[in-house]
Write a protein that binds this ligand. Structure first.
Ligand SMILES: [Zn+2]
Length: 279
């Protein structure tokens, strides 16, 4: 990725025709668009309806709404919330957005954490967002419920990878992948299989769960090679940066989901609801 491209992505939320980045933390030294620890939040413009890929952690809805508005698209058209995997930094706003927008939640099965889902993804099935089709594929490894989504725009294959592929990053090195933790069901064998599968998709654009996207096929390819190298080295324990033990306990996480989020519900729904236009 050239400096020019990075600069463009930092200033401008449009990644390519019909896809925008509307939320992002400061992972890898990129300036946060929403909250510090947020995942990347993508907005898909399907014409008659919109969808969000992941939705970040709590307390960022003002900024998120502003970022969506700055694309010129109407937040009320968001009718689908697509979840790459059920980690707090990707899903904590799900309930609020679902409630405020009347959107349907789509996610994978098998998550360690609780998340009320409207529909579960089926491996290889297609989801429509307006006139765009997204193929959904099961990619366990980082978590058992991991899914990636692939769509084609202007003949280009675009793959949303969640944390399965974070890939080459300017400040954080090559081939970054999601963290491992036995508590949330990470599995090295499955992870390598999932990476090989995504590599075989041969994407033109990879949109990861954190950090900056890969915007050319050449970069996607080399980044995938580096991801696989990293995981293949994992067994040697040389790559200690990949093994970050997290001190979450289940009760603490559940508390974040239920108590902390719900307390803010009424307040937030008021703000996320777009003002009603007077005729
Ligand atoms: Zn994750």
């Amino acid at each position: 990725m050239t400096k020019k491209t990075q600069g463009r992505l930092i200033r401008n939320s449009k990644i390519c025709d019909r896809i925008y980045i509307v939320g992002r933390g400061d992972w890898g030294g990129t300036p946060a668009l929403t909250k510090k620890f947020d995942c990347n939040i993508y907005l898909i413009d399907g014409g008659s309806e919109l969808a969000l890929v992941d939705n970040g952690e709590t307390f960022n809805l003002f900024k998120l709404r502003g970022n969506i508005a700055s694309t010129g698209l109407d937040i009320r058209k968001i009718k689908k919330l697509l979840i790459t995997h059920n980690h707090f930094d990707h899903v904590a706003n799900t309930w609020l957005l679902k409630k405020a927008l009347g959107a349907v939640v789509f996610a994978g099965k098998g998550s360690y954490f609780p998340l009320k889902v409207g529909r579960y993804f089926k491996n290889g099935s297609t989801i429509k967002v307006g006139d765009l089709s997204l193929k959904v594929y099961s990619v366990p490894g980082h978590t058992p419920d991991g899914f990636c989504f692939m769509t084609k725009i202007d003949g280009k294959k675009i793959v949303f990878t969640g944390d399965t592929v974070i890939g080459d990053q300017p400040k954080n090195g090559r081939g970054r992948v999601g963290w491992f933790n036995a508590m949330w069901g990470s599995n090295l064998k499955e992870y390598i299989k999932s990476l090989k599968f995504i590599k075989a998709l041969d994407a033109d654009i990879i949109l990861p769960g954190h950090g900056l996207p890969q915007l050319t096929r050449k970069k996607c390819r080399s980044s995938m090679v580096n991801c696989l190298k990293r995981l293949n080295n994992f067994g040697n324990f040389k790559e200690l940066e990949s093994i970050i033990p997290l001190a979450f306990d289940r009760k603490g996480v559940e508390k974040c989901f239920s108590v902390g989020a719900n307390r803010q519900v009424n307040l937030k729904i008021k703000f996320i609801k777009p003002p009603i236009k007077k005729k």
